[in-house]
Ligand binder design. Structure first.
Ligand SMILES: Cc1ncc(COP(=O)(O)O)c(C=O)c1O
Length: 443
């Protein structure tokens, strides 16, 4: 739709006395899409107030995702989360979020001065987050009147929550359910897709074909649509990228062909999951999206980061490494050649390593809260060594990136267990936002 219209427009040879500044010149690299970069010129609609092409694209997305309304984001799920959480929390500042929420959710809590409660999470033998603690959730949601509940499903590692169960409880307590589905844009192709939510946010760039950071807000509850949309125009750029929008258009146009590609992907994945390694373990279960390839190094003499660096020597780049596993992301656009190279490399590594007891000693823990996140912004802070920070109130977010899930949040009390966790991650070469093993604490 957008692409076809632009094809025709470009043939007309209009001279661009308008933005963008690159003016379809030929003095710049021709492998960058200057030729198709555009702005809201006559006939090409306005994403922040759509009336024409973007309404059609959003309607087609609503059909694909089986929801009432869709709002396109050219600024990632990040702006979707900021917009949705703001729109839902004007009258009630109490929010219940999964502890393993992405940093964008925490940023929304800071911006909107929210009083945050956390849903406890459950990890597996490699310390991947696999579920929420449903008893804890039930207890928390009954304890207070929350404006909304924010959960992540699927998780970065592909674990899927029981949305039916969670949504029922949210409805019972008149609380809106927001699902951070950033990692599940491909779910309509699978049999794990579930529309039990008031609103979900998904990143097309993570699992489908649209360019980074294409995303969308999927709205079921029409009562909140207008306000979410108004907020999207606040948190998105006023110059949305037409190159990203064209890639979303291309994704919509080709979507009907994606089922076949998904079938191919599943065949390649099933072949991978059927391999029999002596030491490495490719983790799978029925509540997990198979396209997230989790390779456990538990009980071997290497860490997840070491596995990542050996794979890199084999010219295979992975998504993320944690102490006891490596995460590889596959999509419908992967090719058999890639899987063949991966399997070959894994057998080689598997033969070169040996068994050794090295079970993960990392346990997610929710620290005690002394202050809300927003209360910490203007307080005086000082830098302390990890050891000296014990007993103090944390002044900053501490997280490993990826995945960007905070281990410590501003206002939380630092204790020995948390410091042990941070040291464990640092010792395993996990990339953290800590400089020289120092933490900012509130005086
Ligand atoms: C769970 C989760 N939610 C939201 C986001 C933000 O998505 P985006 O990069 O599309 O802004 C991420 C990013 O990695 C994520 O992992």
């Amino acid at each position: 739709m957008l692409n076809k219209k632009l094809d025709l427009y470009l043939k007309e040879n209009y001279y661009p006395f308008h933005m963008p500044g690159s003016k379809r010149t030929n003095v710049l690299r021709n492998d960058l899409p200057y030729e198709r970069d555009l702005t809201e010129i006559d006939g090409f609609d306005n994403l922040n107030d759509p009336k024409d092409i973007f309404v059609i694209m959003e309607n087609r997305l609503s059909k694909i995702y089986d929801v009432n309304k869709t709002i396109i984001s050219t600024n990632g799920s990040t702006s979707g989360l900021l917009s949705v959480i703001r729109a839902l929390t004007y009258d009630n500042q109490n929010i219940l979020i999964e502890r393993s929420s992405h940093k964008a959710v925490y940023n929304a809590c800071e911006l909107n001065k929210l009083d945050v409660s956390y849903i406890d999470i459950i990890t597996n033998e490699i310390s991947a987050i696999v579920d929420i603690n449903y008893d804890d959730f039930e207890k928390k949601i009954s304890s207070k009147n929350f404006s909304c509940v924010v959960i992540t499903s699927p998780s970065y590692e592909g674990y899927i929550l029981d949305l039916d169960k969670i949504y029922k409880l949210c409805q019972k307590h008149s609380t809106k359910l927001v699902v951070d589905m950033a990692h599940g844009s491909h779910f309509p192709l699978t049999d794990c897709y579930n529309i039990s939510f008031d609103v979900a946010i998904t990143s097309f760039h993570k699992n489908l074909s649209a360019l980074t950071p294409a995303a969308a807000v999927l709205v079921n509850d029409l009562d909140i649509y207008d306000e979410v949309k108004r907020n999207m125009a606040i948190f998105q750029t006023s110059s949305p990228s037409y190159v990203i929008l064209q890639s979303i258009d291309e994704m919509i146009e080709k979507f009907s062909t994606f089922n076949k590609l998904y079938e191919n992907l599943m065949n390649n994945l099933l072949y991978l999951y059927s391999q029999d390694f002596k030491n490495l373990q490719v983790i799978d279960n029925k509540f997990k999206d198979k396209s997230k390839i989790l390779i456990s190094t538990n009980n071997t003499n290497i860490s997840g980061s070491k596995l990542a660096s050996i794979l890199k020597e084999e010219k295979i780049e992975i998504e993320m490494a944690y102490p006891n596993y490596a995460l590889l992301i596959s999509t419908i656009f992967d090719r058999k050649e890639g899987f063949d190279r991966l399997i070959k490399a894994l057998y080689k590594i598997d033969n070169d390593i040996s068994r050794m007891y090295n079970k993960s000693s990392f346990t997610f823990k929710i620290p005690n809260k002394s202050l809300e996140i927003y209360e910490c912004i203007n307080l005086n802070k000082n830098i302390y060594t990890l050891e000296d920070s014990i007993g103090k109130i944390c002044g900053d977010f501490i997280y490993a990136y990826p995945p960007g899930i905070p281990i410590l949040v501003p206002g939380e009390l630092i204790d020995e267990d948390i410091i042990k966790n941070i040291k464990f991650l640092l010792a395993n070469n996990i990339n953290m936002n800590i400089i020289d093993e120092n933490i900012s604490c509130i005086n």
